[in-house]
Design a protein around this ligand. Sequence first.
Ligand code: ZN
Length: 152
Amino acid sequence: MALERLDDLYRDAILDHRRNPRNATKLEDFDTTGDAVNPFCGDEIHLRLKRDDQGRITAVGLQGEGCSINQASGSMLTEAIKGKTPQEIRELTDQLRKMMQGDPDAEAYLNSAGDLRNLVGVREYPIRIKCALLPWSAMGDALSKISEKELP
Ligand code: ZN
């Protein structure tokens, strides 16, 4: 996408994550995986997750390829979910989706969510919202597996 058209502030954060992706490792010790693919622009996100007894994410590794928005959002996700419970991650994902739809409350909520708040810049390019949300679909895939496993 024409990243140069993004607001400078957002662009810098997104490019930083694109160039220096966080947690871009192939985790060898993990208990859950999550995957999502968007053939439209070749975006792929593959997550491996490790959790503690309370279900909090203690480690995450992301393997992926795709456009800048997608890969940056994935990198931001890996930082944002660490130490969080599935419920907290669902809440964060929900707020992010709402923010993309223009919800001002969700935007305010994400202001305290670290680098993630920079994804608000993607809102101006509706065709790329799917790219930004794909890593969160992969996370949702992982969470759905966790829930299934934990059913009595
Ligand atoms: Zn994309």
